[in-house]
Design a protein around this ligand. Structure first.
Ligand code: ADP
Length: 536
């Protein structure tokens, strides 16, 4: 913790020097959409880092006993109303039924503004993060003046924030105020990376204020957090009371703005092929990453070289992969709903997608993780944080290696079966063998078409087409022709058939076309080929 504190202090100055000039840059680029997007990614994440660092520093103060109270006289009712209002615009945007239920009481109140602000920011922001559009959030304030059993001694103010959001499962409730405790991210809608600090800090601050915090929650119904804090000056020590009047400025605007951006992003979801520019020459790249900012940054940066698709978790990634058959996939490992390892496994086990190279992005660099990744068939690894240029060249190398393979494969069909061994996985070898067998069984049929073969292989026409292209760099019809000509060559080598018999067996009935195809494949027409063989 001490080490953290020391470096946290060191982080704050450079961070402020990122955030402040950024504001100026954002102003300068306000008409450039792409620049603005990138700058707001930087801003959001710098703000988030600053918020985290501030929270860590707060912890340190608590541990050192340095979190001194500074209680002063002021209008607590009005102050709470002010904090409530800071979230009003956000509530309107989210179409949340947002209410402040309280009756002003004519009582003298003493409180610590900064700490109340922190508590309420944490509770309200959690409510907003976990409540879907059109839900409700109610903040009720009660000044309790007579004793209630099992509560702190009266008088106290009870502030309750009740939401109609996702709720918290029973097994998590006892730990919800533990430091770094996060509720498992099984909720696909939750695109916030949680640090599990907010509630732990809230708990500590409430304790310092001689109060208590309670929670009630039910999954799918919502949660309600109640904070009870004394407000009369006799409940605080003399060293906790400050003589100056309470400062009622509220300083949470920046934080609420960042929260609003996150919520807006969460709704806008991910991009689909509808937004994909129609440029068929570029390979299709699928990016599977749950962090919105990282995903949109990658999508934006890689768009110049690829048609880019995005998915926010492994399950959606797998669905898109099956539907679009991308040329390459980049995937994060740790994701809600389905992680990258599981997705990679599904991709490599499904014959429609097994040929697609997968690059895994991981925060953990240990060889153990890499082994799991390679075991499920991942083609490459990149440890976060990575340089975008390294990623770009990695993608290029993988795709080029595929192309090279395809070229050497197409330069001689006979060697194909041996060549396949290193470059592609077992499932794909089997696929190519089945494909070739299916074609060979129907060679005599001149009209043999790809739909028939696709049906034989139990695959959609377009998936088969894309898969053949990815594995061999040939179109499906080129591939069928290739199988015909190579079969012809084998028949030729037996010496038992004349040209017209061979043509009949392979389903080609024009001899000039046969010669032309044969020449394309072997560099000479059949008679020259036979001649050459005899000479050797
Ligand atoms: P953070 O600071 O990362 O938001 P918190 O300590 O505030 O973490 O919250 C811990 C966990 O409790 C969060 O991961 C969240 O899933 C859950 N949680 C907190 N408040 C609510 C709420 N109002 N509704 C549902 N879940 C909540």
């Amino acid at each position: 913790m001490r080490f953290f504190t020391n470096i946290s202090h060191e982080f704050r100055t450079p961070l402020t020097l990122i955030i402040d000039p950024l504001e100026q840059l954002m102003q300068n680029f306000k008409d450039d959409k792409n620049a603005r997007n990138t700058l707001s990614i930087i801003n959001r994440n710098a703000q988030r880092l600053l918020h985290l660092i501030n929270q860590l520093l707060y912890f340190r103060r608590i541990e050192n006993g340095k979190l001194k109270l500074s209680v002063s006289k002021g209008n607590l009712f009005q102050y709470l109303g002010g904090i409530f209002e800071s979230f009003q615009e956000l509530a309107e945007h989210q179409q949340i039924d947002y209410q402040f239920l309280a009756e002003e009481q004519n009582v003298e109140t003493w409180f610590d503004t900064e700490k109340i602000e922190n508590i309420l920011y944490n509770l309200l922001s959690n409510a907003f993060k976990n409540t879907p559009v059109s839900g409700s959030i109610i903040m009720s304030v009660n000044f309790v003046q007579s004793e209630i059993e099992n509560y702190i001694p009266a008088p106290f103010v009870s502030i309750c924030i009740k939401d109609s959001g996702s709720g918290i499962a029973k097994e998590h409730l006892p730990h919800i105020f533990d430091r770094f405790y996060k509720v498992g991210q099984t909720n696909s809608e939750n695109s916030f990376s949680s640090s599990g600090i907010g509630l732990a800090l809230t708990y500590e601050i409430v304790q310092a204020l001689h109060g208590e915090i309670r929670v009630e929650s039910e999954p799918e119904k919502g949660s309600s957090f109640t904070v009870c804090i004394p407000y009369t000056n006799d409940r605080f020590g003399t060293d906790e009371i400050s003589q100056t009047a309470a400062l009622t400025d509220i300083n949470i605007e920046d934080r609420v703005n960042v929260l609003k951006e996150q919520l807006i992003i969460k709704e806008s979801g991910y991009e689909t092929e509808d937004e994909m520019p129609d440029d068929n020459s570029k390979p299709i790249l699928l990016i599977v990453e749950d962090n919105f900012d990282l995903r949109s940054f990658l999508m934006q940066t890689l768009r110049s070289g690829y048609r880019v698709l995005g998915a926010e978790n492994g399950r959606i990634g797998f669905e898109i992969a099956c539907k679009e058959i991308p040329d390459i996939i980049i995937s994060d490992i740790m994701m809600p709903v389905m992680d990258g390892i599981e997705m990679c496994k599904l991709i490599k086990l499904d014959v429609s997608t097994s040929h697609i190279p997968v690059v895994l992005l991981t925060a953990k660099g240990s060889s153990y993780d890499q082994k799991i990744g390679y075991d499920v068939g991942a083609d490459s690894y990149l440890t976060k944080p990575f340089s975008i240029n390294v990623l770009k060249s990695r993608l290029k190398n993988i795709l080029n290696a595929r192309k090279k393979y395809s070229l050497s494969e197409s330069s001689g069909f006979k060697q194909k079966r041996e060549l396949l061994n290193e470059s592609i996985g077992e499932l794909d070898k089997k696929f190519l063998k089945n494909l070739t067998d299916a074609i060979e069984e129907n060679l005599e049929d001149e009209e043999l078409n790809i739909s028939y073969i696709a049906a034989q292989l139990n695959m959609s026409h377009s998936t088969l087409y894309r898969k053949i292209k990815a594995l061999t760099n040939l179109t499906a019809n080129e591939y069928i022709r290739k199988v015909r000509i190579n079969f012809a060559e084998q028949l030729l080598l037996t010496g038992q058939y004349n040209i017209s018999e061979i043509m009949y067996r392979i389903g080609i009935n024009s001899s000039s076309y046969f010669r032309q195809c044969f020449k394309e494949e072997f560099g000479m027409i059949p008679s020259e080929y036979l001649q050459k063989l005899k000479e050797n």
